[in-house]
Structures are given as C-alpha cells and as structure tokens.
Ligand binder design. Structure first.
Ligand code: ADP
Ligand code: MG
Length: 443
C-alpha cells in the first residue's frame, strides 16, 4: 500500500486551524534587511559626521554608526550627566509615542539629537535617531565649566568635544530631512514585507486547511468501506455464536464443535482486523517522495472506494499499461485519483441508469503517462466546466468544492503534470498527464 499524505498535520490543531504566531511576534529584524540598514547608517555618518541609529521600543539597538565619544566616554559614564542623557532619550521617546512624526531635543549636556518613528502595521516599533551634534560652534566656556563640575579630564574631554560635528541652521533641515525620509522608508519597507508575510501566511493556512478537509473526506469514505467490509464477517460471527448456543441448549456441544467454532471466529476476527490495517496504511504519510508505479497507486485509491462502488452498482473498467513509473509522493497521487473517483461515484448516484460505470485507462505516450478516468454520470454543464478546479467551487448541497482543486494542486505542483476535464459521451472525462521517470526503460 502507499500512504495517503505527507501533509504536515502537526501544524494543525484538532479544529484544522494552523497555529500561526501573532503578528506582534514578528521580529523587526526579520522584516527588515538589517545589514543594509546598518551600512546605510554608517555611510550617513561618514558623509555627514553625524551618527544615526535605529533603536526598537525596548531600547535594543538594531543598527547604528559609532556614537560620539563625548557621550559614551564622558556624559554616559558619569551618573549626574548620564541622568541628563536619559532625560533627552525619554523626552524624544515620549514625543515619538505621542505620535509626532519627528522631534528634536537640545540636551542639558550641551548637545542635540533628533528622532523619527518607524511605524509598521500600525505599530510604532522603533525610532531612527540622529545625533549627537552641536547646533553652532561649541561654547567652550560652557563645556569647560561642565568638565570642572563633573570632574572630567579637561584635555580628553575637549578632544572628544572637537570630534562632535556642528550642524548649522542651514544644514539642519537636510539632516532632519534624511532622518524623516529614512524612517519613512524603513516603515514602508517593513510594511511591504509585513503584508507579503501576511499573504504568504494566509495562503499557507488555506492550503493546509484544504488538505486537511479533503483528508477528512477520504477518511469518511474509508469508514464507510470498513463498515461494508465488516458486514459479512459480523454476520458470520453472529451465526457461529447462535450455533454454539443451540448446540449447548440441545446438549450437543462437543469439545470438537466448540474448538471448530472458536477457530472459525478467530479467522473472522483476523479478517476484520486486517481490513483495518489495510486502510490504515493508506493514511500513513510518505515521508519522502520517491519512484512509484502509477497503476499501483491508482489501485490503492480504488481499494478505498471498492465497497462504495459495489454498493452503488457501479462497474469498474480498468486498462493499465504496466510498469509506468513516476517520481513524487505516491500517497498524494492516490489521493488525487481518489477525489476524481469519488466525484464520479457521486455523479452516478444521481443517475438512474442500469449501466453505471467508471472507466480507468492508463497509457504511455512518449515520455508521459496518460491517465483518463471517465464516467457516465451525466457530465458537467458547459457553463460550469471551466470552474470545477477552482477552490470551493461546488454544485452539491453538501459539497466542499476542494476535491478537484486538491487534485490539480497535487498533480501540478508535486508531480509536475497536468490535469484537465471535458464532457465525453455520457459523462465527465478527466485526463491526467504525468512525466515518466525513466523514459528509456519504459516499454
Ligand atoms: N465526474 C463528475 N461528474 C459531474 N460533475 C462533476 C464531476 N466531477 C466534478 N464535478 C463537478 O465539479 C464540482 C467540483 O468538484 P469537487 O472539487 O470535487 O468538489 P465537490 O465534490 O465537493 O463538489 C462538483 O461540485 C461537480 O459540479
Ligand atoms: Mg468532490
């Protein structure tokens, strides 16, 4: 037996819903190309002398050029001046949180920085900072006084001060313009990626759901068949039990008769148990794709449907070219065929004709296997025909509309084949074309 499906069922909960992490959990670094952004902040700093950084809402630095030594080595290193730095950080962060699209802050340590928010998916996720810089030539008296007040080594402090760039009033709009534009660009890049991710997520989810639904439908088919196949051994068991009781009542229950009854019962139970095993194999997923014989896979699907077809007085005509081997997931292919046969059966159920039949032909044409499945169940109205492979398209009251969509997806995506449908004679004709694995070894 091949097995039904390699679908990653572990991603599905009992209700068929896939567990998708909430969007908030999407790390910014996955949305944004951090390496390029880092390069950009470095280039900006090299070109202008002004540092810049992207810092997320938790204070994590995602990209940054080198900070000013005046800040890192002096102001941030001393508790009193550091408190002023934090004041500056907080003020800017607050303004960003209030929804300002940019803000500038002159800190009490004599420097200036500015910030603009990055907003992705309506969430304010990070800020772009530029700074620190001086807005005019350094007021040396102010900084000398500051060095003395906080005990900074004056020589080193002034050296660091001279490294701080001055951004004149004329140059300021350009720097702020860059910052605002940069924040907007990062936001829109992030938004683009986010909607792309959402789209992909949605599609994945939908596909998984479809596979799960069609798997459930196949399981329903299976239970139906097991029930049918058990009917005969269950009847037989019931007769064996009645016989034992009768023999006992008439005092005719010899050890030999009892032994025979037990033996018979065991064989019937064995038969029932192996029916379950056969079906269960069909639903065990293939872990890996591989070479498989197309005819065997078709028979696997037919095996699941056998009892149903018989129940509905549907005769089966099979004609297989032997030894056609393709590469892929055999179980999925069997599922694809099963969906088609289930449709044929359902179409025939609605037809009051004595010669209900499904004809399955497997042939070779060049490097391809051609599988046709034809029924005489009345076919599809011409207006409907182009739509039958669409997801959720159904004309049945209780239909799901996913069977043929599933079939098409499996045939095209996993087996690189094609599938088409046409009305032919008194029913529908489905044609599947699959590329054969080894052309030269085929007959
Ligand atoms: N063998 C067939 N005979 C007639 N109509 C069919 C046949 N196979 C498919 N169809 C049409 O295609 C539709 C889509 O089929 P499918 O995707 O399997 O969904 P469902 O069986 O749940 O309706 C069906 O509702 C039916 O109208
Ligand atoms: Mg169907």
């Amino acid at each position: 037996m091949t097995h039904l499906s390699d679908m990653p069922a572990q991603n599905l909960s009992a209700t068929g819903q896939r567990h998708v992490p909430p969007l908030e959990a999407t790390p910014l670094t996955q949305l944004l190309d951090m390496e390029n952004l880092q390069q950009l902040t470095l280039s900006f700093s090299e070109a202008t002398g002004v540092s810049s950084a992207i810092i997320d809402q938790e204070g994590k630095v995602l990209a940054a050029s080198r900070w000013q030594r005046l800040c890192t080595d002096y102001h941030r290193a001393n508790p009193a001046t550091c408190a002023r730095c934090i004041e500056s950080d907080t003020d800017l962060a607050l303004k960003m949180r209030e929804g300002k699209d940019w803000a500038i802050y002159d800190c009490r340590n004599g420097l200036t920085d500015a910030a603009a928010p990055i907003v992705i998916g309506d969430q304010h996720v990070a800020n772009v900072f530029v700074g620190q810089f001086l807005r005019s030539a350094a007021d040396e008296d102010f900084f000398r006084h500051q060095a003395r007040e906080f005990g900074f080594d004056e020589g080193g402090y002034f050296q660091a001060l001279h490294e701080v760039p001055t951004v004149s009033e004329e140059k300021l709009p350009a720097i702020l313009g860059f910052m605002k534009g940069f924040a907007r660009l990062v936001s829109s890049l992030g938004n683009e990626r986010l909607s792309l991710q959402r789209e992909v997520r949605k599609n994945l989810e939908q596909e998984r759901l479809l596979i799960q639904q069609s798997r459930l439908a196949a399981m329903g088919e299976m239970v139906h068949n097991i029930a049918h196949q058990w009917r005969q051994p269950l009847n037989a068991l019931s007769i064996v039990i009645s016989n034992i009781k009768d023999d006992y009542d008439f005092k005719e229950l010899t050890p030999e008769a009892l032994e025979k009854a037990v033996h018979h019962s065991r064989r019937l139970l064995q038969q029932m148990s192996s029916t379950i095993d056969d079906f269960r194999d069909f639903f065990r997923p293939d872990r890996e794709p591989g070479e498989f014989d197309v005819a065997h896979a078709i028979d696997d699907a037919l095996f699941i449907m056998e009892a149903s077809l018989k129940n509905n007085n549907i005769s089966l005509e099979k004609q297989y070219a032997p030894g056609l081997v393709v590469y892929g997931y055999a179980n999925q292919f069997a599922q694809a065929v099963l969906n088609i046969i289930a449709n044929a059966k359902e179409a025939l159920q609605g037809q009051n004709r004595p010669d209900r039949m499904i004809r399955i032909r497997l042939e070779q044409a060049g490097g391809h296997a051609i599988l046709t499945i034809q029924d005489n169940g009345g076919g599809v109205p011409v207006a409907v025909l182009p739509r039958i492979f669409e997801p959720y398209f159904t004309t049945k009251e209780l239909g799901s509309g996913i069977g043929l969509y599933m079939t098409k997806t499996i045939i095209e995506r996993n087996l690189h084949g094609t599938v088409s449908a046409a009305n032919h004679e008194h029913g529908l004709l489905i044609t599947i074309v699959l590329p054969l694995l080894q052309q030269d070894t085929q007959k």
